[in-house]
Design a protein around this ligand. Sequence first.
Ligand SMILES: Cc1ncc(COP(=O)(O)O)c(C=O)c1O
Length: 387
Amino acid sequence: MTTPLLCQREAFSLPDDAHYLNCAYMGPLPKVAEEAGVAAIAKKRLPTRIVPPDAFWETDRLRALFARLVNVDDPQRVAIQPGVSYGVACAAKNLPVSSGQNIVMTHEQFPGNVYAWRRLAAESNAELRVATPPEGPGRAAVWNERLLDSIDSRTAIVAVPHVHWTDGTRFDLEAVGRRCRDVGAALIVDATQSVGAMPFDVQTIQPDVLICATYKWLLGPYALAFTYFSPRFDDGVPLEETWIARAGSEDFQRLVDYQDEYQPGAIRYDAAERSSFFLAPIAAASLELLLEWTPERIQIYCAELTKELLGEASALGYSVEDAAWRGSHLFGLRMPEGIDLVALQLALKTENISASLRGTALRLSPNVYNNQKDIEALMGVLSSAVR
Ligand SMILES: Cc1ncc(COP(=O)(O)O)c(C=O)c1O
């Protein structure tokens, strides 16, 4: 039995009266990560304190921490990149697709995992297939069925999220992974909206590529992402030919002994200047916290925190997806008939509640720093809105 996680608000610098329920937009920086960042910046006052090779290889610690979080055996399978679009572009560059084949996605995916596939489909005369959700009850379960049905013997690539960024709908990636392996398709997963707050196991899902930006649920900095590449990509071509990804780059005396060989695993897909002296210590401090809290306990914390709220909201006519098919850290609250959305938005602002209105659903994305006061403030607004 796992020990339940208590509220971790003390680990953050959120003002008392800020009801921040918007981690899906951006995660707040924990205090230890902020301190690590300030120390990292101060280091550059005197560049001799940033000493090769150690400082350049600090990112190896990041690979190891992220690998532990998502259950990857070999940290060298993790590339250090600047964002999701970059990882998707690496995947698209190395996946052959021919005319008559198809690329499968879900409806209204975040654009960082869309444009590269649109280009690849257009350039190779392949079909772009989008699995759409139905309206009404059972929406997520049927959406998942439709996603599986879209994958056939002509599918070359399945590029999907783990949970949908607008409303937290969960895609059963174990089932999607099995289907991909049956038909020989590559599975590319953008888990930016789940990893950190929800368990993700690379050994069970077996994606070919798994990409996570760090600035949301990994509570890290902007302009940094981790991308796991399976052995399928071992002989691939990176977007950039960085010197640091070449064999022997540790030896700064011999950098002009140009090498054809790359560093092992996925390191060839690292972006230029991946050593990120400023960003890496911030991301590492947050990853260490997440490994201590664990995604499993964070999910449970969010579920417990919102259980009563969702019961009361449903009595007022609000509705939410079945818990089995959504994140507890990210979900859309659908409005009852006749709600004045403009007034609702204003009331949220007045009460200092941060959440995103997406169409006619309110996207709520709590985390370990949220407490009962946040929930009460939100419940106050939701009940006033139906009066
Ligand atoms: C699901 C998802 N993927 C990716 C991103 C960010 O993409 P990029 O790193 O390419 O800016 C976001 C940002 O909201 C997101 O919600």
